[in-house]
Design a protein around this ligand. Structure first.
Ligand code: AMP
Ligand code: MG
Length: 385
């Protein structure tokens, strides 16, 4: 199949004529990848089982991993759901359109081919103007998982989509790099107490502020014990993964405690080393110490002849001088880390590195999404130092 690529110069103001063909493809059962504010999605008519099946084939996605149906207006929700629980109403009012997916009881109109056999359906109204316009023009709800080959990092540029999908889908709408860079937050509102199934840019703190109590699906926090099933089936797969062996390096509670104790030997040695290295005053002893461990591990791998990648931040970038070093952005601006995360993992795939050592990040607010994706990418190989 030949994959057509169209370019939208200004995603805020795409006009109908540019998106007409893409909308027609969606309506007639074909596949179109398009930008959203989170990552690029691979769209098909959510009400057409045959079209949904094509998504699974193009991605190589297991068929029990359900798709998210995307809508362009509140009026399109009723056809998809049996009821809208109160927590769902509250969240829709606050965060739609936006990076939030809600799980509702599904209507009979939604085929099981879209929901992976579940009686619930995941729905999102994206805020990206091009995505919304495309969905509106197509006249159907659009099932759109991330537009990557299953198991690869999600695409945040049209080039990423091209790498994975060229020849497998009808069209790519190239709207440039996406904004957020990690997939939507998913909340199941069908339960008495809403459950966070996947962290994203609508953070746990933001949800709790509106809903009070929110449960966290155990699949978010770490590998599941045998026999336990995640509520979002997709969370069980080793997702978001680079080809290389990724190790996430984290300071232990003990090390942190020592670095907060001005009388400890570790604190004094760290501050001394920071002075000698001429570090900026903005760098904390914790950041310096973490980077130092990552650096040593990287150097050990290099000494063993392995091609080695380092994931650091703008704050710690100058501490490294060996290996392929990539900054994910500013630790002090979490949104930059989310924005660059998948791009950096894909770059290391292109560079064919054998192993990657990454600094870890705070798990507060957006950090929860970043650490969730990174830990999964690392297959939960997290080294405490
Ligand atoms: P992706 O579209 O690639 O971001 O993946 C969609 C995610 O939504 C996967 O992790 C799915 O398991 C999850 N999901 C979709 N529909 C449902 C549903 N009905 N119940 C729970 N999780 C869902
Ligand atoms: Mg995905």
């Amino acid at each position: 199949m030949e994959t057509k690529r169209i370019v939208i110069e200004d995603r805020e103001h795409a006009d109908d004529s540019q998106l007409k063909e893409a909308a027609w493809i969606l309506r007639s059962g074909g596949l179109v990848a398009f930008p959203t504010e989170t990552v690029y999605g691979l769209g098909a008519n959510a009400l057409n089982e045959e079209a949904a099946r094509k998504i699974y084939a193009a991605k190589g996605r297991p068929s029990d991993n359900p798709l998210i149906a995307h809508i362009s207006d509140f009026s399109e929700l009723d056809q998809l759901v049996r009821e809208i629980p109160k927590a769902g109403k509250i969240l829709m009012e606050a965060y739609w359109p936006g990076p939030l997916t809600l799980i509702f009881p599904k209507s009979s109109k939604v085929p099981y081919g879209t929901t992976g056999g579940l009686d619930t359906v995941a729905v999102r109204m994206p805020s990206d103007p091009t995505a919304r316009k495309l969905i509106a023009l197509s006249g159907v709800p659009v099932a759109a998982p991330s537009a990557n080959t299953s198991g690869r990092p999600s695409p945040t540029t049209a080039d990423h989509v091209w790498e994975d999908m060229n020849g497998k889908i009808d069209m790519i709408v190239d709207g440039g790099p996406v904004g957020i860079g990690v997939e939507s937050t998913i909340v199941d509102v069908t339960e008495e107490i809403p459950v966070l199934l996947r962290p994203g840019a609508v953070t746990l703190e933001m949800l709790k502020e509106l809903l009070g109590e929110v449960k966290i699906d155990p699949a978010i926090l770490g590998p599941l014990k045998d026999g336990l099933r995640p509520k979002a089936p997709g969370m069980k797969y080793r997702h978001y993964a680079p080809k290389a062996d990724l190790t996430l390096v984290e300071l232990s509670d003990e090390t942190r405690l020592q670095l907060h104790n001005l009388d400890s030997r570790l604190y004094k040695e760290t501050v001394k080393a920071m002075k000698e290295a001429g570090c900026s005053k903005d760098l904390t002893p914790e950041e310096f110490c973490l980077a130092n461990h990552v650096k040593i591990m990287g150097e050990e791998a290099l000494a063993q002849g392995k091609s080695t990648g380092i994931i650091c931040t703008d704050e710690t970038r100058n501490q490294y001088n060996h290996g392929l070093i990539r900054s994910m952005g500013l630790r002090s601006k979490e949104e930059t880390l989310a924005h660059n995360l998948y791009g950096v993992l894909r770059e290391f795939d292109d560079l064919n590195v054998d192993c990657i050592f990454s600094e870890s990040f705070s798990e507060d607010s957006l950090g929860q999404a970043i650490m969730n994706r990174l830990s999964k990418a690392a297959g939960y190989k997290i080294l405490k130092v």
